[in-house]
Write a protein that binds this ligand. Structure first.
Ligand SMILES: [Zn+2]
Length: 108
């Protein structure tokens, strides 16, 4: 996690058949198994539903505890993002990517 994270949203994919959204991209829709998934623009915000603190990671020296959140987007997509701040459950956050990792922080 770093200061360089850009809050430009996360690119998501949508099933052309049933409308379900996905991140990251899947080969088949998890709901109806259609292979017809199309880019569906970017999602910019979500609400925090659950927070987990990752205190240790096997084989990682110097790991600092990180807060990982399960969040729900307005399109009802559940995502796991790294929290960059002290956002709490129920809070609306903005989401983006730090490299390839999905991250989120309070809307400011
Ligand atoms: Zn589908």
């Amino acid at each position: 996690m770093s200061e360089t994270a850009t809050m430009t949203g996360l690119k998501v994919w949508k099933c052309a058949k049933c409308g379900a959204q996905f991140f990251p991209r899947r080969l088949l829709c998890l709901r109806c198994e259609s292979p017809e998934l199309a880019e569906d623009g970017h999602v910019h915000e979500a609400v925090v539903e659950e927070i987990t603190v990752v205190r240790h990671v096997l084989g990682q020296e110097g790991w600092k505890p990180r807060r990982i959140a399960n969040v729900r987007t307005p399109g009802n997509l559940m995502l796991t993002v790294g929290l960059l701040d002290e956002s709490q459950i129920g809070q609306r956050i903005e989401i983006g990517q730090d490299g390839t990792a999905p991250v989120g922080r309070a809307k400011g």
